[in-house]
Design a protein around this ligand. Structure first.
Ligand SMILES: [Mg+2]
Length: 405
């Protein structure tokens, strides 16, 4: 079978780039997008090249950034514009193939294997895409071209901004193997530290490492990483138009009496979130949004939703966000007749790239996922009621689960 041609296109400095389009004056000076520009303690979410030259770094406070660069222009994020430009980028990619799979807001995979006759080889298409995005949108992208997704992604990181990097079927080893292992997709800082304990520092070290030993150490993830380091990745690029099989997963309960007690409410919300999370995990999905509907005894209903900081299917994540939605939008103690919790914006669990959240510890998330799957496997074995969702509560959290046996 002829090797595939896969592209990964990644916008360079996407948020800052869009902000400079909205306000071209920003182009000429160091600027940063900040969570809360009015507060000294707001955090830098993105910056342009000029700010980078002053040493301004993502995740530092405005106060720290201003010390390095007193002249730094600060702007709040305009999320709806980012979504719009993200769509415009994908529309350009779709001129070359239907197989466009967004991978986060500012990057997408493209399978152009069947487009080569029409548009030329992978590098030619990549160059065309870069030129088109620059001319039509005023943004720059870096594109990796290779025979699988993992190396295409690696290629888009290899040279920035506004560059095409080809990682060819013949001779990829000389480009890929000398790179630090952290350059591989799915190797975060924690995983890299873990690998470095095994003397694995480069992708070449990983490729040469004994596979069985790696699997013993890291489980299935070890096998996958070993494959990737050896250029083996068969994962397909999904069609942009592929029907999302399930659009949302929700669960609601009409209470046998109007609930007013806070602890009572928490227990019930936990049970709902647990059931939603369980169904997501069963389907191997994660959600990016959560909606809560609350109905009062007079059938007055409010619907509130929020976008989650990262995709999740963990009961406790859903619970925390659902409670937040309720407490912000509902006066505690006001009677509730019915609550519905719905998870939306679903995606395949293994595909979901966890947007960098500077406040979260990836090790902590892994720990929670491990705890969750331990609880799930007890349930698989002994039935759904063998263990209550209360088992997932962090120690010290108030327990409302006692009513459940
Ligand atoms: Mg990017």
């Amino acid at each position: 079978m002829k090797p595939k041609t896969i592209l990964h296109s990644d916008c360079n400095g996407f948020y800052a780039g869009v902000e400079c389009l909205l306000n071209p004056e920003l182009n000429n000076r160091p600027m940063a997008v900040c969570g809360d520009p009015a507060s000294r303690h707001g955090i830098v979410l993105a910056k342009n090249e000029k700010a980078k030259a002053f040493g301004v770094a993502t995740a530092e406070t405005i106060w720290q950034a201003r010390r390095k660069c007193p002249d730094l222009a600060l702007v709040p994020p305009h999320r709806e514009e980012y979504v719009k430009y993200s769509r415009l980028c994908n529309e350009i990619y779709l001129r070359f193939t239907d197989l466009v799979e967004p991978f986060g807001i500012d990057e997408s995979f493209l399978d152009v294997s069947s487009s080569r006759r029409l548009f030329g080889d992978g590098k030619t298409i990549a160059d065309k895409i870069r030129e088109t995005v620059r001319r039509e949108l005023g943004l720059t992208v870096s594109v990796g071209v290779s025979f699988n997704k993992i190396f295409a992604k690696l290629g888009s990181d290899y040279k920035k901004p506004d560059a095409t990097t080809l990682i060819p079927e013949d001779g990829w080893q000389s480009i890929v193997w000398p790179l630090p292992v952290g350059a591989l997709l799915f190797v975060g800082r924690k995983r890299a530290a873990e690998l470095s304990k095994l003397q694995i520092r480069t992708i070449g070290d990983l490729a040469a490492y004994d596979r069985a030993a790696l699997v013993k150490r890291l489980g299935q993830a070890g096998a996958q990483l070993h494959d990737h380091a050896n250029g083996v990745d068969e994962s397909p690029v999904a069609s942009f138009y592929a029907e999302r099989e399930v659009k949302s997963v929700g669960n609601g309960a009409t209470f046998e009496y109007d609930v007013t007690d806070h602890e009572d409410l928490k227990t019930r919300v936990l049970a709902l979130c647990d059931s939603v999370g369980w169904r997501l995990r069963k389907k191997n999905l994660k959600c990016r949004s959560l909606q809560v509907s609350i109905k009062d005894p007079n059938f007055k209903t409010i619907n509130r939703q929020k976008t989650l900081e990262r995709p999740t299917n963990l009961t406790m994540d859903l619970y925390r966000d659902a409670l937040e939605l309720i407490s912000v939008n509902w006066l505690m103690g006001k009677p509730i007749r019915l609550i519905t919790v719905t998870a939306g914006k679903l995606e395949q669990a293994e595909k979901s790239v966890e947007q960098l959240n500077i406040f979260e510890d990836p090790g902590e998330i892994a720990k929670q996922e491990a705890l969750q799957s331990a609880v799930d496997s007890i349930r698989e074995k002994y039935g759904k009621d063998s263990i209550t969702p209360g088992a997932l509560r962090p120690r010290g959290a108030s327990s409302g689960a006692k009513r459940e046996k």
